[in-house]
Ligand binder design. Structure first.
Ligand SMILES: Nc1ncnc2c1ncn2[C@@H]1O[C@H](COP(=O)(O)OP(=O)(O)O)[C@@H](O)[C@H]1O
Ligand SMILES: [Mg+2]
Length: 325
């Protein structure tokens, strides 16, 4: 059942015109993903859907005006399909974050067109773009961006508050999401009680709790040591391969980009190269076998600690089926 957020009549209309098509197309995309990925763990899409997930044409972005004007993006053409895992690379100042902000509807281009699942983002108003962000996109940042005196469960629940869900439903969704990133034992921990890698896991749980079609990650391992970087990248790889979440990740590290299926390099605001990465998938992250029942959400001690066998269960509440690993 589609739950309406508590908004006025205009808001309801916007919800139906923007969010519902995203949800429906997400469902059909997931069905497509399942059909095409079962034999190869999602590592190569044999047949791409007709409508690209993301289509940029001749995108430019100019900051400032007059003599102070600076063109950070100078004509970007980029097409990304459902299920891709794309690393965006380039030197500092090349325009990576500017591009990510445009793709994530956090900013608007100066010229050019952006279509998300066939919808012209430039034709949406601010409220409609906010709905697009809320219902279709997730974000992970280098600095984690967690609320400091707020525990993992509450941090992950934040995006669900906008959806008007009951406290019980928010709890169960947040637990499920924290479980899927291997943090079921840290529900009541505040960020200061967690390692950097654990904080980034909470941030990833918060980003995926809304079941986004696309996850944007800007330097997600920039603050992490190499062992923790491998853990986080294994987790992102699993979210892409098993849950069908499309990932766009900015990084300047070759080791990190190697986890992606495609590497786009940007130089001075232009795409310098765009390559597929052919490889065997890295070993899947170790995760728990079964999420705790929502009713068991009382204290951290009530929930089994992280670790255990790779997932083989059906995870239908996320709208997808976790494939066997
Ligand atoms: N808000 C802004 N105002 C003016 N210039 C900006 C702004 N944001 C970014 N820039 C400039 O645009 C260029 C690209 O920045 P950015 O996209 O952040 O690069 P990257 O993420 O690749 O390091 C840089 O020269 C930067 O100084
Ligand atoms: Mg940047």
């Amino acid at each position: 059942m589609v739950r309406l957020p508590s908004v006025d009549a205009v808001g309801c209309m916007k919800f139906y015109t923007i969010a519902v098509p995203f949800m429906l197309s997400s469902v059909s995309s997931f069905l497509f993903m399942q059909a095409s990925c079962k034999n190869n763990m999602g590592y190569a899409l044999d047949h791409k859907p007709a409508t690209p997930l993301i289509r940029l044409r001749n995108i430019t972005k100019t900051y400032g005006k007059g003599v102070a004007a600076f063109q950070a993006l100078r004509g970007i053409d980029l097409t990304i399909h459902q299920g891709e895992f794309v690393a965006i690379m380039g030197h500092s100042g090349s325009g990576k974050s500017t591009l990510m902000n445009l793709l994530g509807c956090l900013d608007t281009p100066t010229t050019g067109t952006y279509h998300y699942q066939g919808i012209s983002v430039g034709d949406l108003d601010g409220d409609q773009r906010a709905l697009l962000r809320r219902y279709a996109l997730g974000f992970v940042f280098q600095g984690f961006n967690l609320l400091a005196r707020t525990n993992s469960l509450e941090n992950v629940e934040l995006p669900l508050i906008y959806r008007g869900l009951s406290q019980k439903k928010r709890d169960s969704e947040a637990v499920r999401s924290l479980f899927s990133v291997g943090l079921a034992s840290k529900l009541r921990s505040t960020p200061s009680e967690l390692s950097g890698g654990q904080q980034q896991r909470v941030a990833i749980a918060r980003a995926i709790v809304t079941e986004p079609g696309t996850l944007f990650a800007d330097e997600p391992t920039g603050n992490l040591d190499s062992a923790t970087t491998r853990e986080i990248m294994a987790l992102l790889t699993r979210l892409n391969a098993e849950m069908g979440i499309t990932i766009l990740m900015v990084t300047h590290e070759d080791d990190v980009a190697a986890y992606a299926k495609r590497i786009v390099r940007i130089t001075d605001g232009l795409i310098a190269s765009d390559m597929s990465v052919k490889k065997e998938p890295p070993a899947p992250a170790v995760i728990q076998a079964k999420p705790p029942a929502p009713d068991s959400v009382k204290t951290a001690e009530d929930v089994p600690p992280s670790g255990g066998a790779p997932s083989t269960h059906s995870h239908s509440d996320f709208g997808v089926t976790l494939l066997k690993s």
